[in-house]
Design a protein around this ligand. Sequence first.
Ligand code: ADP
Ligand code: MG
Length: 526
Amino acid sequence: MASGEEVHAIGIDLGTTYSCVAVWQHDHAEVIVNDQGNRTTPSQVAFTDTETFVGDAAFNQIIRNPTNSIFDAKRLIGRRFSDASVQSDIKLWPFKVIEGPDDKPMIVVTHMGQEKQYSAEDISSMVLLKMREIAEAYVGSTVKNAVITVPAYFSDSQRYATKNAAITAGLKVMLMINEPTAAAIAYGLDKKASWYRKRTVMMFDFGGGTLDVSLLTISGGIFQVNATAGDSHLGGEDIDSQMVKHCVEHFKRKHNLDIDGNPKALGKLKSACEKAKRRLSFSFSTDVEIDCLYQNTDFYITFTRAKFEEINKDFFNQCMVPVEKCLKDAKMDKGSVDDVVLVGGSSRIPKVQQLLQNVFEGKELCKGINPDEAIAQGAAIQAAVLSGNGNGKLQDCSLLDVTPFSLGVETGREREMTVVIPRNSSIPIRRNYTVTTRHDNQAVVKFAVYEGESKTTVNNYFLGDFRLQDIPPAPKGVPKFNICFDIDASGILNVSAEDMLTGQKKGITFTNDRNSDGIERVMLLM
Ligand code: ADP
Ligand code: MG
């Protein structure tokens, strides 16, 4: 690099439906416009006989090419094919997803006349590469360093897979931060000059695929997350699907025609419903009209806002559950929250705003930040802080986030979950835990690591396992093993175990791949 050349560090909000990239320049976080002149870019990739399209170009051809146009990759990333949410999503997607090795979901497309398989990481890395290119075109040089955001409620394997996608896109991930925290940074930096004391804010981030709620205290430049809660599978996409379902039933009733299983017709409906949903945030009634939807039959329906609210009632009520949980976890009273800040495109829905306002007993909600851009801006601010590109304005900005799930090991005959790091612990964090053998002369111990809040591991999410072998013969309870859980600032977990007598050590970072060594579970521990 030539001396004097500025090294740009960018912030990328990799959304389920839209992504956004920003860079710190001229004393503020600038959202970068893409080649189509848009400030956000659809998180979509499409494959054709001759090309691969990413972003707007993919979005614009989806109705012509529904089975090879991939969206919602973020709903697959870091998940297993057998996960219930994956199984239910697959039923709604026009593209094909099959079970790959190690229970990994693989997307099947026809590209240049050949059948090809892509993982969710592959698709996400193409979107991230596109965002990187958008930034490079703007700053006029190569960009490598980036802060990437993930939903606060993303699990360890979802974070790990996202990081890998970024690395594949040629990015150096300086840090991964939680989306609501990023939005809080953008909000706080903008507003804090007028604050005289510590401020408690709740970020309510309702996007296309996820809902995240975080409670923070902002004091000076320190952003401390007190608690986070959410739903990693609740967003605008679910609302669209619910509307599509309603339309399919309407069409069946009216014309006795079933379009279920017809990707082209369903794609047209989805796109029309999403647009109608947006209109319903501002008007009380709207029409969905599609000429020749199926078998030369036109489709027509009127959605009133009341009807829209009725069919999505359960989703909207579900949105309030994490709000209450977050307050409870933070041991905070509603009255002590200074600002409730709306983030994410779906936070524009009036019913959602009304329910949220009810929770806070009529308190006015903050609509002062751009719900589509604040996350990328916060990430860009953090990138500037980390790269030293920020000026005085950013010097005192620091971040203390938390881990969303409890993490622990399985112990005992009853498959108990022994928590090593409780949820909402500040990260980075390192915790040790000592265990021993259950049988005399036990030669092997296996450490199975889980994530979740249930007392038994059966109901928690299995992250992976590993074993220590060749343990010298000893009566039960004598050998001692030190298990170390280490969560880095990006929220990624490493676990290692050491035989304190022999010094034998083993550890893993968890990938989504199941450990399939086929050896039977060895009873162990405690
Ligand atoms: P993500 O980051 O998960 O992609 P965004 O925060 O970008 O999500 O929000 C996208 C979602 O917001 C989409 O489901 C979109 O349909 C929805 N959305 C955008 N504008 C509106 C609006 N005016 N009313 C209701 N929903 C909206
Ligand atoms: Mg988002």
